[in-house]
Every structure is written in structure tokens, then in C-alpha cells.
Ligand binder design. Structure first.
Ligand SMILES: [Cu+2]
Length: 415
């Protein structure tokens, strides 16, 4: 007895006819139909030939045994702790590998992403970013994936921590009402992104379906005082002027033909994604998620660790903490090699992550940014509030009288 799955890949034509299997309905942009002759007929009559040819197409009939009798699964079994940004699951105390069971549900949620601006996110467990998972090298992630998408769209899970086709996407694809369960052994330590990879993967990522999974190395990570989860992302919304001018012709898909949204909800723009022209760049899914009352909080003397992911979908992040150096940077979230030290700004690729540690010697408010600095005006800004007594030996404002008494005449410097 085996299951079968259909995989549709965007951007590449196949010379193989789709001769196996029944007529299949897929999400591809987002209601296209693929049938036995390999065409994409029907709904998208206005789709450009380029899009029709290049959309899709590989049909993979894969057998996955229902039982893997001889597989030596870990004897320990536990329920994974899921947390939502900026919270991080606690360090793993056990030294033996375990089967870690986690339930993720795909869905939608209309969120006020900026005061007065609403956006319909596609979500895992109702949140953007999705929950953070924490395992240890050698653990087996047992993922239970269900789908509650009210618009009937299939979704799946591509974990960058998973070794195997699609990072698990092939065996976790579900339509509403279904549940699929898969087990993946963690072979590499690191901090990894996960995302939905259902076609078109561009839209599923851009609309919010992503999160982080940490796989601790053997022996765990050094203890720190506080840990935080931050995810950078872009939103590609339709410009109001574009919307007023009528339907947008998309360079790839032709007529976008998006489903209507509730009044006051900002429409997604695939075309602006193609142009790499984001409307917003956020930390943790919305403007102000890390500002004011939502700022990260720590105390003078703490060592903090930030798990920072960048899902893109297009931009590379220049992650920087104003007024501090990263004492340690696990570059590109490599938790095996010795970390870099005393680094001001670190690059985080789209679909990548980093882990940084900072010793907080001085109190005050520190600002997190993508140092591609115009992006702060698009939302890529947060705060870290550090409490504690002043530390004048490190940071001290010398008043003007004292300065004149103790410093050389400033005019000297101008001669
Ligand atoms: Cu999806």
C-alpha cells in the first residue's frame, strides 16, 4: 500500500507527457487544472504562452511505504514546544535523541500590518512568522500537517533542516480537511528556515508561510541569559494607483486574476514581487512588532542570543544592532565552525539565517535594523531595551564645561 503525490514545479517545462494518474486539480496560480495531456487548460485563457509553457511541470509518482518496520526510531518520544516570535523554545536538556512531534496547520489570517493597513496573510498556526521549533542533532521531527485554508488552497512544508526531496514538501502536501504525517531525521545542526513550497512557491512565501527550526549541535549551545526569535520578510502589495487603473498585467502570469479580498485589505502584487519592489520590509511580520512596548528586553550584563532568519523572498539582509557589536556570529547559522567575533553587520541571505550573541555592557535602547538603511522606512526596525545602571567608564556624555577644562582647545584641531 502506498501513497502517491503530484509535484508541480514552476519555471521549467517537461518533455514528458503527463500520462499517469487522474485529472488533478492543483493550486497553481491558484486554481489552474492539469490534465492527462499536460496542458494547462481552462481558467487561465488569458495567460501568456510563456507562462503556460514555463509553468509546471513534473509529475512524480512516488511510493512511500506506510510502515517502515525496520527503521530504528528513537525510543524517546515528546511533544515539541512551539513558540511565537520573539519567543524561543527552551534549550533541550536531554542527551538522547527523541521523536519530536509537532502539529502545524496551514490557514489564513487578516492582520493589521501597520496602523490602518490590513493584509491577508497565509499562515502556519495562524501566525506570521510561523512558530519556532527546537530539536537536537539526531532527533526525528514527526510533523503533523493539517490544512484549514478557507479558500481551499493546498499547502506543504519545505524544511531547510530536512534531508530529502523538497525538504519534506512532497510528503506534507495537504488540502483542507486532510492530515499528513511524516518523519524526518535531523542530520545537520544549524538554524534553518522552513516555508510552504506549494506552487507557485513565490506567492506562498511572500504571503507569510515561513518560520524557523533550530537543530542544536551535539552537546547543545552554550547557555546565555536570553534568547530571541526574529524573522525578516518582505510584503509585495498592489500600489493604490495600480489598483485604481484596473487589473494588472503580470509579466509572468499575464492576467493575475486574484480572488477578491475583504474591503480594506491590501491586495498582494505578484508583479511587484517580480520587480523586487517591496511595499514593506518587516521584522516579525508587521510594523512595530519590536518597537515600544514590544521591544526586546534585557538587562545590563546579559549575554543575549538572537536567532535571525530572512525569508526574503527577494532581499538579502544586512543585519545590524546600532550601538553594539555582535560578539559572536555563527555565520549563516553554522553552529559547528568557530563563530566570527566582533562583527558590526552580518549578511543573511534570502532563505537563510544567522545566530548572533551580544554581551550587553551598557544600558539604554539599542536599535535593530537592516542596514540597507532605507528599509527602516519600510518597517525593518526594532528595539532592544537594556535596563541597568549607567556605565560611564564605557559610555559617558562629557558636558561642555568639563570638556573645556579637560580637553585641548577645539580650535587647535582646525588649524
Ligand atoms: Cu502554502
Amino acid at each position: 500500500m502506498s501513497n502517491h503525490s503530484l509535484t508541480i514545479l514552476a519555471g521549467k517545462a517537461t518533455d514528458r507527457p503527463l500520462t499517469t494518474g487522474p485529472r488533478v486539480r492543483v493550486s497553481g496560480r491558484h486554481r489552474a487544472t492539469v490534465d492527462r495531456d499536460g496542458c494547462c487548460p481552462g481558467k487561465r485563457s488569458r495567460r501568456s504562452p510563456l507562462a503556460c509553457i514555463s509553468f509546471l511541470v513534473a509529475l512524480a509518482i512516488c511510493g512511500y511505504p506506510d510502515e517502515v518496520g525496520a527503521t530504528p526510531w528513537p525510543e524517546l518520544r515528546e511533544k515539541g514546544i512551539l513558540t511565537y516570535a520573539p519567543e524561543v523554545p527552551p534549550p533541550i536538556e536531554r542527551s538522547e535523541p527523541a521523536i519530536v512531534s509537532v502539529h502545524l496547520e496551514s490557514g489564513r489570517n487578516i492582520v493589521e500590518i501597520k496602523p490602518g493597513v490590513k493584509y491577508e496573510y497565509w499562515t502556519f498556526n495562524g501566525h506570521v512568522p510561523g512558530p519556532m521549533l527546537r530539536l537536537r542533532l539526531g532527533d526525528v521531527l514527526e510533523i503533523h500537517h493539517t490544512n484549514a485554508d478557507p479558500k481551499g488552497m493546498p499547502h506543504n512544508l519545505d524544511f531547510h533542516a530536512v534531508t530529502g526531496p523538497g525538504g519534506g514538501a512532497e510528503v506534507t502536501s495537504v488540502t483542507p480537511g486532510e492530515e499528513r504525517v511524516a518523519r524526518f531525521k535531523m542530520l545537520h545542526p544549524g538554524l534553518f528556515v522552513y516555508h510552504c513550497a506549494a506552487p507557485p512557491v513565490t506567492d506562498h512565501i511572500a504571503n507569510g508561510m515561513y518560520g524557523l527550526i533550530l537543530v542544536e549541535p551535539e552537546g547543545g549551545l552554550p547557555p546565555v541569559d536570553r534568547e530571541f526569535y526574529i524573522m525578516q520578510s518582505e510584503i509585495y502589495a498592489e500600489d493604490p494607483a495600480q489598483a485604481a487603473a484596473g487589473p494588472v498585467e503580470d509579466d509572468f502570469w499575464g492576467d493575475q486574476g486574484e480572488e477578491p479580498l475583504a474591503a480594506g485589505v491590501l491586495p498582494f502584487s505578484h508583479q511587484n514581487g517580480l520587480l523586487e519592489h517591496p511595499s514593506f520590509v518587516f521584522f516579525n511580520g508587521r510594523y512595530g512588532a519590536l518597537l515600544g512596548d514590544n521591544a526586546l528586553k534585557a538587562s545590563k550584563g546579559d549575554r543575549i542570543r538572537i536567532y535571525f532568519g530572512n525569508i526574503g523572498p527577494n532581499l538579502i539582509s544586512s543585519f545590524h544592532l546600532i550601538g553594539e557589536m555582535f560578539d559572536q556570529v555563527y555565520r549563516e547559522a553554522d553552529l559547528i565552525s568557530p563563530p566570527g567575533r566582533s562583527i558590526q553587520t552580518t549578511l543573511v541571505p534570502a532563505g537563510g539565517a544567522t545566530v548572533v550573541e551580544v554581551d550587553l555592557e551598557v544600558p539604554g535602547t539599542f536599535v535593530l535594523v537592516d542596514h540597507a538603511i532605507f528599509r527602516i522606512e519600510k518597517g525593518a526596525i526594532g528595539q532592544l531595551q537594556v535596563s541597568g545602571a549607567p556605565e560611564p567608564s564605557i559610555y559617558y556624555a562629557v558636558d561642555s564645561e568639563a570638556a573645556s577644562a579637560t580637553s585641548p582647545d577645539p580650535e587647535d584641531d582646525r588649524r
